[in-house]
Design a protein around this ligand. Structure first.
Ligand SMILES: Nc1ncnc2c1ncn2[C@@H]1O[C@H](COP(=O)(O)OP(=O)(O)OP(=O)(O)O)[C@@H](O)[C@H]1O
Length: 349
């Protein structure tokens, strides 16, 4: 888990009033309010890519935007970058319209694809883009920060996919942005390059940048982000710290032969339990914290033959994001599918 440097301590006056002198309260790095995006497609019906999205990301957070194909991740990021004007709702970047934030150099993006000129060298590419800005970091510094200082003289055409992606990252760093947006930045990278890329991003995050990245890889989100926003069909279906969302996505099934006696807790009261089912012989609990559930069952109740069934992370992720969006609460309390499967490997405790 990445540890961030703490936000700068405001002066006492600012603490007392909740405001910084002269500049007002610190606005969120990114805020969507009741955001909606409907695309009109000629020859077919409208496509609702984003529906009623409320999201607030504070400065210094590292947030992974997860979800299956078509969930609306790219559309949401495009709106944050001012590339798409939302059809409903509001978007603010550090309290401003996205275009203003971009003009002020406060937000930058590393997109999956993006024109790089094959015949320029890495350094020439950075110099060419730097010339478009009024003020930038030095070319040497961004190459260093992107981990490609030794590639300055190499032609872009000779760079690997991962190196080209680092070059895009160097370009994004030129304006020394406070908010970095990465849309599937490692999609074209092999495992080793991917690891190196995230190591570089770690140091950016450690210096206090806000980072939002879209990914399909739950493991990548888990390794790098401290918050996951899980989207499906244009809505948020889960939002919270990585451990919490991971627990929701990996919710286990705990079963026991148990008929609660007087004085024992009810199944619903056990820690981590999100759903309770019964068969003639057993009580079946869906739990976000199977260890805690089983511990109380074994130590504080008359339950016996306690079993825990692990669900695969991928299966759980699919279940969570495949829910009917109309039923999915846009909060961090999305339910985990309680349906047990016969093929779960069971471990008896
Ligand atoms: N310009 C467009 N015109 C019409 N429909 C669009 C447009 N852009 C996106 N969509 C549709 O909006 C929905 C959300 O797409 P989006 O690209 O935001 O999803 P995503 O989560 O980024 O998917 P992926 O993981 O595949 O990149 C999809 O149904 C997509 O087909």
């Amino acid at each position: 888990m990445v540890k961030h440097s703490p936000a700068p301590t405001p002066p006492a006056e600012a603490v007392a009033t909740g405001r910084s002198p002269g500049v007002g309260p610190r606005p969120p790095a990114l805020e969507f309010r009741d955001l909606g995006q409907t695309f009109t497609v000629r020859g077919s019906g409208p496509v609702q890519a984003i529906r009623g999205l409320d999201l607030r990301i504070d400065p210094g957070e590292v947030v992974a935007l997860l979800g299956p194909n078509g969930a609306g991740k790219t559309t949401a990021l495009d709106i944050a970058l001012g590339l798409t004007e939302p059809t409903e709702g509001q978007v603010r970047v550090f309290g401003e319209a996205p275009r203003e934030a971009i003009e002020a150099g406060r937000i930058a993006a590393v997109l999956q694809t993006g024109g790089l000129l094959a015949d320029l060298t890495v350094e020439e590419t950075v110099r060419a883009i730097a010339a478009l800005y009024r003020r930038t970091l030095s070319v040497g510094e961004v190459l260093e920060r992107a981990g490609i200082a030794e590639l300055g003289g190499r032609r872009v055409a000779r760079c690997s996919g991962g190196e080209q992606q680092r070059l895009r990252f160097a370009l994004a760093l030129l304006s020394d942005p406070d908010l970095l947006i990465l849309d599937e930045p490692t999609a074209a990278m092999d495992v080793g390059t991917r690891r190196e890329f995230w190591a570089t991003m770690h140091s950016e995050a450690a210096s206090g940048s806000t980072i939002i990245f879209a990914t399909h890889h739950l493991e990548e989100a888990e390794a790098f982000a401290d918050r996951i926003v899980l989207m499906a069909r244009g809505r948020i279906v889960a939002d919270g710290p990585v451990d919490r969302v991971r627990a929701m996505a990996t919710g286990s099934r705990v079963t026991a032969v148990w008929n609660p006696a007087a004085g024992e807790p009810s199944p619903e009261e056990l820690p981590g339990v999100t759903a309770v089912d019964r068969t003639a012989a057993r009580v079946i609990l869906t739990s976000s914290d199977s260890d805690a559930t089983a511990r109380v069952l074994l130590t504080e109740t008359s339950a016996r033959e306690v079993t825990i069934s692990a669900r695969s992370l991928d299966d759980a992720f699919v279940t969570l994001t495949a829910d009917d969006p109309a039923d999915a609460a846009p909060t961090d309390t999305a339910p985990v599918d309680p349906a047990p499967t016969d093929t779960d490997p069971e471990a008896t405790r």
